[in-house]
Design a protein around this ligand. Structure first.
Ligand code: G
Ligand code: G
Ligand code: MN
Ligand code: NA
Length: 253
């Protein structure tokens, strides 16, 4: 089998699953929602992490089918929570190839509608690198997502060369500050200056900030005092399968 056929077969045989990592409101410690992260549970190879199949899925185009599946799975879970009065938010990663594909906004909006979920509870995380080419086209896409009620977050913020282009031109809702800027705060005082500046800049522009990769209570306390809105990281929980997540939620709340 070609790798592409392997991916398609895995999808058809229901071998993919979503893990969920909690997102915490910095000021209150309240559980706000989750980022959904894909995993491939291969019958022979066991758990395959996304870094080992996402690039391949992107180059073959299978990523579109995979991420549509992920949205369906996420919406099914979100619907279960919402029906029980637990109004969590959910963020999903969207590859550049999928984000730029024809009809993507209508397709994703259709899936969400079919699943009976309100789009206001969904955020799509797009990596910073998407924005360098064809800026007008990318801006129109962002507007279309926004018009459907979806939020857009810029993932890995600060790692590319387009960070300021985003802030100046792009109609986004949130930036997700890359963990390299978070994890430097322990023993490098100049690291704090950078993350503090990013947070202040984002707030000045009316954007929400999410800090990822929080691993220590010191990082949590520092970032809370710097005014970041939401936090995510191993300190709270690693990404978990749904049954372990429900146990985690019971313990956390
Ligand atoms: O969960 P983990 O740290 O292993 O994820 C590794 C990388 O895989 C992260 O950069 C994450 O954004 C990416 N990833 C996980 N799920 C998806 C997905 O559904 N689509 C895309 N494009 N990337 C994903
Ligand atoms: O690129 P993206 O932000 O989607 O990447 C999410 C990935 O980051 C997930 O694969 C997750 O496992 C990983 N991750 C989440 N929290 C932490 C953390 O606190 N430390 C480290 N090193 N990785 C984390
Ligand atoms: Mn992400
Ligand atoms: Na990231």
């Amino acid at each position: 089998l070609t790798l592409e056929m392997n991916l398609r077969k895995g999808l058809a045989l229901n071998e993919f699953t979503l893990y969920y990592q909690p997102k915490i409101e910095a000021s209150t410690g309240k559980l706000k929602g989750f980022e959904g992260l894909m995993r491939w549970i291969h019958p022979k190879q066991g758990l395959i992490p996304p870094l080992d199949f996402i690039p391949l899925a992107e180059s073959t185009g299978v990523i579109i089918a995979l991420e549509e599946w992920a949205l369906e799975a996420a919406c099914r879970q979100l619907k279960t929570w919402h029906d029980a009065g637990r109004m969590y938010q959910l963020a999903l990663n969207l590859s550049a190839r999928h984000f730029l594909s024809d009809g993507v906004v209508e397709k994703l909006a259709h899936i969400v509608k079919e699943m009976g979920v309100c789009p206001n509870y969904l955020t799509f995380e797009i990596t910073e690198s998407v924005g360098m080419e064809n800026q007008q086209h990318v801006i129109e896409r962002f507007v279309a997502f926004r018009e459907q009620g979806f939020s857009i977050s810029i993932d890995d913020f600060g790692t590319g060369f387009s960070a300021f282009v985003y802030l100046k031109h792009y109609p986004i809702h949130e930036i997700k500050i890359d963990r390299q800027f978070i994890q430097v705060t322990d023993n490098d005082p100049t690291g704090n200056v950078i993350v503090q500046s990013i947070i202040e800049l984002a707030r000045g522009l009316g954007l929400k900030t999410v800090c990822e990769g929080i691993e220590t209570t010191d990082q949590r306390d520092t970032l809370r005092s710097l005014g970041c809105d939401e936090m995510q990281g191993y300190l709270f929980s690693r990404p978990l399968p749904i049954d372990e997540l429900e146990t985690w939620i019971d313990d956390y709340d």
